[in-house]
Design a protein around this ligand. Sequence first.
Ligand SMILES: Cc1cc2nc3c(=O)[nH]c(=O)nc-3n(C[C@H](O)[C@H](O)[C@H](O)COP(=O)(O)OP(=O)(O)OC[C@H]3O[C@@H](n4cnc5c(N)ncnc54)[C@H](O)[C@@H]3O)c2cc1C
Ligand code: SF4
Length: 563
Amino acid sequence: MAELRQLVVVLGDQLDLDASGFDGFDAAHDAVWMAEVAEESTHVWSSQPRTALFLSAMRHFALAMQGAGRPLHYSRLDAPGRAEGLGAQLQADVLRLRPKRMVMTAPGDWRVLAAIKAVAEATGVPLDIREDRHFFCTVREFAAHAKDRKSLRMEYFYREQRQRHGVLMQPEADGGGPVGGQWNFDADNREAFGAAGPGPVPPRARFEPDAITREVIELVQTRFASHPGCLDSFAWPVTRAQALQSLQSFIQERLPHFGQHQDAMWPGEPWLFHAHLSAALNLKLLNPREVVAAAKAAYRTGHAPLASVEGFVRQILGWREYVRGIYWTQMPQYLERNTLDAQEDLPPWYWTGATDMACLRDAIAQTLAHGYAHHIQRLMVTGLYALMLGVEPKQVHAWYLAVYVDAVEWVELPNTLGMSQYADGGVMGSKPYVATGKYIQRMSPYCKGCRYDPAQRSGDTACPFTTLYWDFLVRHEATLREERGPSDRRAKARGGRTRRSDPARRGRRGHGDGPARSGTPWLISSHPASSSASSPRWPPPARASPPCDRPPTPAPATRSTAR
Ligand SMILES: Cc1cc2nc3c(=O)[nH]c(=O)nc-3n(C[C@H](O)[C@H](O)[C@H](O)COP(=O)(O)OP(=O)(O)OC[C@H]3O[C@@H](n4cnc5c(N)ncnc54)[C@H](O)[C@@H]3O)c2cc1C
Ligand code: SF4
């Protein structure tokens, strides 16, 4: 083989033929390197849907690259003699192929960047890391935005982005400013569904597994048989063409309803009016510019109202870019943050969904079945419970990174550790998001079918969310006093303070339990660890999430090694 000028390293979440790593690519002198490595599925207990999505999308991308005439060195997970880790496999291949240099688009994860830099150093092959132009905002631009700011609130960043990229802005000739006269329609986007429910929900865009995906599914089911989740209903887009179809179906069928019920939950309805585009975006099968352009066009043509379009644009141009900026300006120390000194283990039923708490059971069941839950389920059900229970943030992070198909560390970590667990002490949000079970009662009908009562904070039928809420306030009174009080998504926090007479507080004292996070013995009786035989009034079978037709897998060791 002729001398290899450059080896372009492409990671599993860089599936874009136009990525900066390919700039100046010359098929006569250059080659591409991709590898499936077990470590990416084992450094956290990666769910089967997540692993299958990555592997299938990578194999389809390899075909696209062949179609584009780019020579490719691709190693499959099932090939003999493979290294377990990305760095080790790359190093072996670099020593074999002897490129003059390595080139790549900047990786999304700090851990991966460190591994690839180590290979360059060990082999002495220069490494050219290029800007990831997938994003609207570079890390340098974010750092400039963040510099000298006391607080890094998303809203200010978002407004800057709108102005800089001219998104939903009035022409200067018409006075400038945001279209519709306000930046944010969030207040219009908090409605629950009425008693009748969401009504007809458009079916999600499904992509039946082709031969490549079926082969991957078999591989994952064999190689990662004990990993959580199941693949019975796997239907995620795995090619760019499918991702574009997904985008089109969202814009056509869901975007008009996107905003209004963004925070609402409904049993057995995992998809509702959400976009389901995060995985395709994070794998880089979709570009956020085309996604924002499609939403803007829907507003221009009158297909979708401004509140929905603005709400959606805020997620893509605002939140998604903002969390990436937070990640890269705060890492690697960010991973170690644990402001509330939370030390509990993640309850094992997070990996199975076997709990009596109806809201958690449904959110986890659909997560395991599809690798998906919408934002409020992640923030205000699974995240809220872990926060108020006082679970060690790294364990919560390892769970979120493992179970969702869209989970890539740059986006998962700030959302989990910062927004959801308040472990960063307020970098992402000014206060912890805490609420009693009444928030869930307001946003869903879960409580009607639950053996617990969200209005009760003590006793056998006390809702664990409600009990933990008051317990959380007691435990973190000092920290919260420094802030202006916890945010309560139910409406306004009830004063945000516990009173000496609160039963929860008396309960803790009564058991001589210190104000720290451990055990909370008086709570344990109301913390079901497993599903009981008590017949739930709900969900009715017809609406239940598709179950995995195999027994729940055992939980792994609770201490996380997530990095
Ligand atoms: C604890 C926790 C963990 C999360 N982990 C991830 C993760 O690993 N990967 C991930 O992509 N998102 C994550 N999110 C953000 C959000 O929940 C998902 O992006 C969203 O639910 C994906 O579903 P969707 O495509 O239907 O999104 P929609 O709600 O329809 O939103 C549209 C798009 O906006 C973007 N978006 C929305 N909210 C956020 C956000 N907070 N941060 C970044 N992008 C956002 C996504 O690309 C999404 O596809 C997490 C949120 C929480 C609270
Ligand atoms: S009562 Fe509590 S545990 Fe049960 S569904 Fe409502 S919020 Fe969830």
